[in-house]
Design a protein around this ligand. Structure first.
Ligand code: PMP
Length: 430
C-alpha cells in the first residue's frame, strides 16, 4: 500500500499539532507506524488520501452505527444547514432530541445537551457532588470518562481511597477525591463502601468497558454496585458514551436491566457531529442551572445541525430488529476471528456485547483489566498492521473496543475474515 501523501501530511501536521494529531490515540503511538489521513468515508469504508480503502471497525470511535455518510443523516444535515449553523437561542430540534432520549432511555427523565463525552461526564459529577453535598467519586481501572481532572487519576499505592494524578497538570488535591476500584471485583467495592460509603457522591462506570478493549460485567456486578450506591446514598452514573444506543436501543442499562441515577452519552447521539448529553431523574436534573443552582452551560450546546444529524441517526436505529441484526453480525465476526486464529495456531479470545467487540491475544477468558493488560500486546500490534495492509482498520490500540455498523454486511464480514486468516498466519510466523 502506498502512503506517500499520508506520510507527507503527517510530517506537516507534526510541525504544528502536538504529536501531529488532535487526539492522542489517532497517532498510532501504541501500535507503531504512522496514521493514514482520511479523505472520505462511506458505508463501512474509509478512503485515505493515497486512494487506499479500509473496512472500518473504529466508526469514529462509536457514532457511525449506521455506517458513514448515510443518506438519511446527510440529507437531514443538508436540510438543517440551509437554516443556519448556530443560533445561541432555543430551537425545536433540541426539544425533539430530549423527547427521543427520554423515551428510549427511561432512567433519563430530563437531559442536558453538551458537546462531547468529556463535557457530559464532568457535568454529571458536578451534579452528583452538588446534589449529594459529598466530594468523593469512585471509578474503575481501565474505564475512561474523558479528560476531566477528576478522571485522570489512578489508585494511590498506599491508600486505596486516595487517588494520584495520571497526568501532569491534575491537582493532587482534586485527585485525592477519586478512588479507583478493579472492575468486576465485588469485594473491593463492598470494602470501599464500608470504609467511606458516607462520603461518596457518585460511582461512575462504563457498564461494558470499552476503553480496556471490551470487558462485559460479571453477572450481578452492576446490580451489586446499584445496591451499594442505594444503601449508602451515592449516585450511580453509567457512562454510556460507548454503550448508549449501541449494545441495545436503550443502552447497557436496558441490556442488563439496571437503573442508574445519571447517564452520560457522547458522540453517538450526534450521528458524527460533536455532541454529548447527560440525563437522569427529574429531581436531580432540576438542580442544573437555570432550573437550579448547579452551574453548567455551553454556547454551542443543542446545536441545530448536530441535533438534526443525531435525530436522523436515532430514527434509523429504532427500526425493529436493528440491534439484533448488529449483534448477530458482531457475533459472527468474533466467531470468525476465533476460528481464523485457531487455524493459524494463534491464541485468541473475543468478547462482544451487542455491536461492540474486543480481540484479546490470550487463550484465557478476559473479565478484568489485569487480564486485559496481561495479553500479548506485541501480537495485537502485528495483527493490527497485518490487517491494515490488507485493508481492514481496527482501533490502533490493544485497549480499545471495535465497533460494527449496519453497513457491515455479510460480504464485508467475509472480506474481513479473509484478511484475518492471512493476518493471523503472519502473526504466527512472527
Ligand atoms: N466516556 C467514554 C466511555 C468514552 O469512551 C469517551 C471517549 N471515547 C469519553 C467518555 C469522552 O468522550 P469525548 O472524547 O467525546 O470527550
Amino acid at each position: 500500500m502506498n502512503h506517500a501523501r499520508s506520510h507527507a501530511l503527517f510530517e506537516r501536521a507534526r510541525q504544528l499539532l502536538p504529536g501531529g494529531v488532535n487526539s492522542p490515540v489517532r497517532a498510532f503511538k501504541s501500535v507503531g507506524g504512522e496514521p493514514f489521513f482520511v479523505q472520505r468515508a462511506d458505508g463501512p469504508y474509509l478512503y485515505d488520501v493515497d486512494g487506499n480503502r479500509y473496512i472500518d471497525y473504529v466508526g469514529s470511535w462509536g457514532p457511525m452505527i449506521v455506517g458513514h455518510n448515510h443518506p438519511a443523516v446527510r440529507e437531514a444535515v443538508q436540510a438543517a444547514i440551509a437554516n443556519g449553523l448556530s443560533y445561541g437561542a432555543p430551537c425545536e430540534a433540541e426539544v425533539e432530541m430530549a423527547e427521543t432520549i427520554t423515551r428510549l432511555v427511561p432512567s433519563c427523565e430530563m437531559v442536558r445537551m453538551v458537546n462531547s463525552g468529556t463535557e457530559a461526564t464532568l457535568s454529571a459529577i458536578r451534579l452528583a457532588r452538588g446534589a449529594t453535598g459529598r466530594q468523593r467519586i469512585v471509578k474503575f481501572e481501565g474505564c475512561y470518562h474523558g479528560h476531566g481532572d477528576s478522571f485522570l487519576v489512578k489508585a494511590g499505592s498506599g491508600m486505596l481511597t486516595l487517588g494520584v494524578p495520571t497526568s501532569p497538570g491534575v491537582p493532587a488535591g482534586l485527585s485525592e477525591l477519586t478512588a479507583t476500584l478493579s472492575y468486576n471485583d465485588f469485594e473491593g467495592a463492598t470494602r470501599l463502601f464500608e470504609e467511606i460509603g458516607g462520603e461518596i457522591a457518585a460511582v461512575i462506570i462504563e457498564p461494558v468497558v470499552g476503553n480496556a478493549n471490551c470487558i462485559p460485567p460479571r453477572p450481578g456486578y452492576l446490580q451489586h454496585l446499584r445496591e451499594l450506591c442505594t444503601k449508602h446514598g451515592a449516585l450511580l452514573i453509567f457512562d454510556e458514551v460507548m454503550t448508549g444506543f449501541r449494545v441495545a436501543l436503550g443502552g447497557a442499562q436496558a441490556h442488563y436491566g439496571i437503573t442508574p441515577d445519571l447517564t452520560t452519552f457522547g458522540k453517538i447521539i450526534g450521528g458524527g457531529m460533536p455532541v454529548g448529553a447527560y440525563g437522569g431523574r427529574r429531581e436531580l436534573m432540576e438542580q442544573i442551572a437555570p432550573a437550579g443552582p448547579i452551574y453548567q452551560a455551553g454556547t454551542l450546546s443543542g446545536n441545530p445541525v448536530a441535533m438534526a444529524a443525531g435525530l436522523a441517526m436515532l430514527r434509523l436505529i429504532q427500526e425493529p430488529g436493528f440491534h439484533e441484526r448488529l449483534a448477530a453480525v458482531t457475533a459472527r465476526l468474533c466467531a470468525g476471528f476465533e476460528a481464523a486464529a485457531r487455524e493459524a495456531g494463534v491464541p485468541l479470545t473475543t468478547n462482544h456485547v451487542g455491536a461492540m467487540f474486543g480481540l484479546f491475544f490470550t487463550d484465557r477468558k478476559v473479565e478484568t483489566y489485569a487480564q486485559a493488560t496481561a495479553c500479548d500486546i506485541a501480537a495485537f500490534n502485528r495483527f493490527f498492521h497485518a490487517m491494515l495492509e490488507r485493508g481492514v482498520f481496527l482501533a490502533p490500540s490493544a485497549y480499545e473496543a471495535g465497533f460494527v455498523s449496519s453497513a457491515h454486511d455479510e460480504a464485508v464480514v467475509e472480506a474481513t475474515l479473509e484478511a484475518a486468516r492471512a493476518a493471523f498466519r503472519s502473526v504466527a510466523d512472527g
